[in-house]
Structure formats: C-alpha cells, structure tokens
Design a protein around this ligand. Structure first.
Ligand code: PMP
Length: 440
C-alpha cells in the first residue's frame, strides 16, 4: 500500500523508473511518449545531458545560499539572460520556485506597487473565466475556474472574472476578429467601471490558454485592446506565461506574438525543463522604481527562491532555447503536428476544433460537431482519452472543459522541443486511435 497521498486517491498509477529524450519508461518496461511534457514542463525532454552536467557542476560549487545573505553568479546570470530575451520594458527579474509562487508574487507585487505609490484603494484583480493561474489561495482565487474555487469559498473577495478570448466558442457568426476583440475589451471596461475605476489593480491573463481551454490563442488585436484599456484606467497588466512561455508557442515569450509589453510576466515550468522547480516574475522599471524609491523592500519571499542548482539548470535550458535550431524545430514540428491531427481527425464527428501555436496544441471534443454541444460531463471523455492514450504509450494532458458546464472536453499536447518528425507522427497515430476508442 502506498503511503503517498496521490491527487486522485485510489488510482493505480504506473511507476516511472527512467526517462530519456521524449520517452518515459515504467517499472513494467512499458515506454510512453511524453506528448504533453508532463504538464508542459519537460521542454527539452528527459535526461538532457547538457542540463545534467550544468547542475552537477553547480552542485560541486554551492548548492544553497539563502537570498537574504547572498546573491549568486548563476542567479544573476539567469536574470540577465531573461531580460536580454524579453521585449523591452521587462527589465527586472524576481526568481521563485514554481508557477503558483510566480503568480502569487506578481499579485503581491502589484498590490504593494499601489501601496508604495499612495493608491492603496487599488485592490481588485480582474482575470478571465475558465482560467487557471495556480493552486495557492491567491492564484486559485485569480483563476476563473468555478469548480476549483467552489470548495474554498469564501475565497479572496477582490477577484473578478470576465470572458476569455475563445473564438471557436464565442466569436459570433459574421463577427470579425477585430469586432470580437472590441466586444471583449468593452466587457473588461464595463467590469472596471462597475468595480470603480480607481479600485482595480491588475488584469491577469494567459496569452495562450493552456490547461483550462487547451491551447487557445487570442484573436488579433485582443491584447492590444486589453493593453489600451489597462492604460486608460492605470491598471497593471499581468501575463501568465507559466505554461505557454519559454518557447512553447514558437517564440521565447508567447506575448511577443501580440505586439504588447505587460507590466509583469510570470514564467515557470519550461524554465527548469523539468530538472528543477523554478519560476520567475519579470517586471517593468516602473514597478522596480516604486519599490526602490519607496520602502526599498518587497514584502515577500520563500526559502528556495533563486536556488543555485535550479538557476544553473535554467541557465542551460535558456541557453539551449536561444540556439536558432531549437525554435525552428518547435515551429516545424508544431506545423507537422497540426497538419497531421487535422488530417487524422477530420472525419471524426466528435472533434470540434484543433488549434494552437508551436508545440502547444489542443483538440476539443464535442458530442455534436455542428452545434458544438459538449459531451455530457458524466462521460468524462477527457479522462477516457488519457487512459486509452496511456495504454497506447502516449502521455497527453486532458481537461474536462465542462467544469462550468460551458465548453467541450479537450486534450492538450506539449511535447519536448527535441521531437523528430517520425515521433510527431506516432503521437498523431496514437492520439487518433485513443480518441476513436474513447468516444465509442
Ligand atoms: N499558471 C498557469 C498558466 C499554469 O498552467 C500553472 C500550472 N498548470 C500555474 C500557473 C501553476 O504552476 P505550478 O503548478 O508550478 O504551481
């Protein structure tokens, strides 16, 4: 009997014993293609030799130095690398230990920013429905996933939600992407006015929505309009790139494709490539200056922030991501994955939409393709597909989009960036077979 409290109690999980490249092997000798990078984490695959060597070298130097006593060259170098890669305007880095911690820190930074500049009445956070920003209480409250929030109510009262940008479901017949973006911007503006224009501190969104919607990117102009609305009312824009960042969508930051610069960005997952938990908040000069010229202290911190071994792993991951051939492969293999899924699933009456960017792709399942009617949530199509896929040696990331009774089930694919054409074709073949078996 296991002594571990597994998330889903009573499930019989295979025991992972080895990882190599895009594969994980279990104790029975079965091999699985890591088609989801775990949860969009293992961006360079398993046991990447260069990352392992970088970590080993760091272990021989210094493994831990508390950040209230020391800075380290590896943490400093990581911050420099990230700033160099980020769009102009994201000038500083606060290192943390994971995604929820990054979101939590960004929220507290936004809050303290307004306190520092003498506007403590700015406390409301607006995010989007059907979103996920982490599991700590602040991040959970920010996420607009009603099912996950429900049992923790009363959760932070200052969190509010507007519609996500989800063209497949919500763009109306005859509506242009511009008009759709305009409609969503108007909804955000109306929410700000309802709450009081000088009471909102931040708007939080994922540039490309991962876990909760399944690789749903915005329509053109959406984030430009969001940025304009935030600027109009002096609200900070926080973009959560925990899942879609670090090259996942074909650019280092997904937000680069939107032509805007937020005030704060959160990154994690791919940053450590699965070798070490690590995350970061990137922030603008404006916020940094408010802290520096104000109290001189960010009222936050965790024991393992800026961990030297995690930073050494992340430095090597970033270095590999910077090699032109890495992003070229993400784009090429992402296109191959999309085209292959389109072809393999075109005939399925239950596949409503296949979308995404780079090696971040989502398949949405529906009971009726014409009406887009979701499957009855009781059928749990997403978990059936996961089970069928595991039996065929494929890991994919499922989600019941019907959490709020609104959208279809979906499957997220986020394989490592080192993946090769024949392996992409295997993912397509195995996923198509799993879907066909599950929807029967
Ligand atoms: N934000 C987003 C967009 C995420 O996808 C996740 C994790 N799925 C988180 C935050 C939380 O990250 P972590 O699980 O590392 O705490």
């Amino acid at each position: 009997m296991t002594k571990i409290l597994h998330r889903t109690i009573g499930t019989n999980l295979p025991r992972a014993v080895a990882g190599e490249g895009i594969y994980i092997t279990d104790s029975e000798g079965r091999s699985y293609i890591d088609g989801s990078g775990g949860a969009a984490v293992s961006c360079l695959g398993h046991n990447h030799l260069e990352v392992l060597q970088a970590m080993k070298a760091q272990m021989g130097r210094i493994s831990y130095a508390h950040t209230s006593f020391f800075t380290t060259d590896v943490a400093e170098h990581l911050a420099e690398q990230l700033v160099e890669l980020a769009p102009e305007g994201l000038d500083y880095v606060y290192l943390v230990s994971g995604g929820s911690e990054a979101v939590e820190a960004a929220l507290k930074m936004a809050r303290q920013y307004f306190v520092e500049i003498g506007k403590p009445q700015r406390r409301h956070i607006i995010a989007r429905r059907q979103s996920y920003h982490g599991n700590t209480i602040g991040a959970l409250a920010t996420g607009g996933n009603a099912g996950r929030r429900e049992q923790f109510k009363p959760i932070l009262p200052e969190t509010h939600h507007v519609s996500p940008c989800y063209a497949y479901r919500d763009m109306q017949m005859g509506e242009t992407p511009e008009a759709y973006a305009e409609r969503l911007a108007a909804e955000l503006e109306a929410k700000i006015i309802e709450l009081g224009t000088d009471t909102v501190m931040a708007f939080v969104a994922e540039p490309v929505v991962g876990a909760t919607l399944g690789a749903v990117g915005p329509v053109a102009h959406y984030f430009k309009r969001v940025r304009q609305v935030c600027d109009k009312y002096g609200i900070l824009l926080i973009l959560d790139e925990v899942m879609c960042g670090m090259g996942r969508t074909g650019t280092f930051f997904a937000l680069e494709q939107e032509g805007i610069v937020p005030d704060l960005v959160t990154i994690a997952k791919g940053l450590g490539g699965g070798f070490q938990p690590i995350g970061a908040v990137m922030l603008s000069e404006k916020i940094y200056r408010a802290f520096a010229e104000g109290s001189g202290l960010f009222q936050h911190g965790h024991t393992y922030i800026g961990h030297p071994i995690a930073a050494a792993a992340a430095n090597k991951v970033v270095e590999i991501l910077k090699r032109p051939e890495t992003m070229t492969n993400v784009i090429k293999m992402g296109d191959r994955l999309q085209a292959g899924l389109d072809a393999a699933l075109a005939q399925s009456p239950y596949v409503g939409d296949i979308r995404g960017r780079g090696l971040f792709r989502g398949v949405e399942l529906v009971a009726d393709k014409d009406t887009k009617q979701p499957f009855d949530p009781v059928r749990k199509i997403h978990s059936k597909i996961k089970k069928e896929a595991m039996q065929r040696g494929l890991m994919c990331y499922p989600m019941g989009g019907t959490i709020d009774g609104v959208y279809g089930d979906h499957i997220l694919l986020a394989p490592p960036y080192i993946i090769q054409p024949a392996q992409i074709d295997l993912i397509i073949e195995r996923l198509a077979a799993a879907i066909n078996a599950a929807v029967k």
